[in-house]
Design a protein around this ligand. Structure first.
Ligand code: GAL
Length: 382
C-alpha cells in the first residue's frame, strides 16, 4: 500500500509540473514561460473612429514583437459583443496575456474567462469596471487631463478678471457614459470651473451637472461611444435653442474628435465665423486638432504620449509574464488618494500612471518634438 501511495505522489508531482508549465499564464504558477519565445499577447482596442486607438494598437504590437512576443491586434468598432468575440479568439489561440481597451462593462464576461484560464489582463487606458478578475491598469492621470481642460478655458477666457456684470457663457459636453474615464475628465474640468460658476462670472448654457455624480444631467451632456456626429448634432441643437440668444465664449469638449465636430457646428452659425469661435477644449493631441490649434480654431488639447503608454504597457506585460515585480520607467504606481483611479467597484487594481501635458498654440512643439507625428504631419505643424 505504502509503495502505491509513493508512486501516486511522484506521478502527481510530475503531472502538476507539466500542467503547471502548460497553464502558465498571467503571472500565476511556479515558473513563467521564457520571455518572448513566441508567447502570444492579445491586444483588443475599442474603436478606430477615434484616431488615437489605431496608433495605440500598432505601437503595442510593435513593442511586444520587439520583446520576442507574438502579438495580435483587434479593433472592436465600438461594439462590445464584437470585441468579446475577438478576445475569445485570443484565448482560443492560447494568448498568455491580454491588453484591453474596453468599450463597456460587457467585457467582464470574457475577462472572467481569461481569469479562469490563468491569462493575465492589463486594462489599457480605460478601467474595466465591476470586475475583480484582473490586477493591472495603466493610464494617465485623467482627473488632471480634465483639470487641464478647465485651465484652458480659465486661461482662454481670462476668468480671473471676469465679472458677474458681463459674464462669460459656456456649454458642456462629456465623453461616452460607458467610459469610466469620462467622469474623471469632466470632474477634473469642473474642479477648475465651478468656483467661477458659483461667483456668477461664468454661466452655463444647457444642462449643468456640477459633477458627474449628478447622473441625470451628466447623461444629458454625455456622448455615446465618443461618436462625433452625435456631438455635432447636439451642438447644432444648442445653437438653435438654448444658446440662440447668447454668444458662447467656451465649449467644454472632452476630446479632439468631439472638439472638431463642435467647431464644425459653430462655423455654420454666422455668430462664430471670422475668428469668433468659442474657446474649445480637447485631448489626445490628434494631428487634425493640432493643425486646428495652429490655425487658431481649437484652443487646446492634452498630449497623452500614447506611444510611451504602449511601451509602458508592454514592459508591464513582460514583467507580469516573467513573474517580476513591475517597475516601469516613466509610470508611477498610484498611491494614496490616486488609488481610487483603479477602483473597479469590485476591487482596487494596481494602477500605473503616466503624466499628461496641456498643449496650446504656444507649445505645439511638445508633441512634435516627442516624435508623436510622422514627418509629413510634423512639417505642417511647424
Ligand atoms: C478615452 C481616452 C481618451 C479618448 C477617448 C475617445 O477613454 O482616455 O484619450 O481617446 O477615450 O476614444
Amino acid at each position: 500500500m505504502k509503495k502505491i501511495c509513493l508512486v501516486l505522489i511522484v506521478l502527481l508531482a510530475a503531472s502538476s509540473f507539466v500542467f503547471g508549465k502548460g497553464q502558465q499564464g498571467g503571472g500565476g504558477g511556479a515558473t513563467a514561460p521564457s520571455a518572448g519565445s513566441g508567447t502570444l499577447i492579445g491586444i483588443a482596442m475599442p474603436e478606430t473612429h477615434v484616431r488615437r486607438w489605431g496608433k495605440d494598437g500598432a505601437s503595442l504590437k510593435a513593442f511586444a514583437e520587439a520583446k520576442g512576443y507574438r502579438a495580435e491586434v483587434a479593433f472592436g468598432d465600438a461594439d462590445q459583443a464584437q470585441q468579446n468575440r475577438q478576445i475569445e479568439g485570443f484565448l482560443t489561440q492560447g494568448a498568455k496575456l491580454l491588453v484591453v481597451g474596453n468599450i463597456n462593462d460587457g467585457v467582464n464576461s470574457v475577462i472572467a474567462q481569461a481569469a479562469s484560464d490563468e491569462v493575465a489582463v492589463i486594462a489599457y487606458d480605460r478601467l474595466i469596471m465591476e470586475s475583480a478578475d484582473y490586477d493591472y491598469y495603466i493610464t494617465f492621470d485623467n482627473f488632471k487631463v480634465g483639470q487641464f481642460q478647465g485651465q484652458g478655458i480659465e486661461q482662454g477666457l481670462n476668468l480671473a478678471s471676469a465679472t458677474a456684470e458681463s459674464p462669460k457663457y459656456i456649454t458642456l459636453f462629456a465623453g461616452s457614459p460607458t467610459d469610466n474615464n469620462s467622469k474623471f475628465f469632466f470632474d477634473g474640468a469642473m474642479n477648475i470651473l465651478n468656483p467661477y460658476i458659483e461667483k456668477g462670472v461664468l454661466k452655463v448654457i444647457g444642462p449643468y451637472p456640477k459633477t458627474s455624480a449628478d447622473n441625470d444631467n451628466f447623461q444629458r451632456i454625455a456622448t455615446e461611444n465618443w461618436q462625433a456626429p452625435l456631438a455635432k448634432t447636439r451642438m447644432e441643437n444648442l445653437l438653435s435653442n438654448d444658446a440662440r440668444d447668447v454668444v458662447l465664449d467656451a465649449v467644454l469638449a472632452p476630446n479632439d474628435t468631439l472638439a472638431r465636430a463642435i467647431i464644425e457646428a459653430c462655423l455654420a452659425d454666422a455668430k462664430y465665423v471670422g475668428g469668433k469661435l468659442p474657446v474649445v477644449t480637447g485631448q489626445d493631441a490628434e494631428f487634425d486638432s493640432a493643425l486646428s490649434i495652429k490655425n487658431g480654431q481649437q484652443y487646446m488639447t492634452v498630449f497623452k504620449d500614447t506611444t510611451k503608454l504602449a511601451e509602458a504597457a508592454i514592459i508591464l506585460a513582460d514583467q507580469i509574464l516573467k513573474n517580476q515585480t513591475p517597475n516601469i520607467p516613466g509610470a508611477s504606481l498610484a498611491s494614496g488618494s490616486l488609488t481610487s483611479i483603479g477602483d473597479t467597484g469590485k476591487k482596487v487594481v494596481k494602477t500605473y500612471l503616466l503624466e499628461p501635458v496641456i498643449v496650446t498654440k504656444s507649445n505645439l512643439s511638445v508633441p512634435i518634438n516627442a516624435g508623436f507625428y510622422p514627418d509629413d504631419e510634423a512639417a505642417k505643424l511647424r
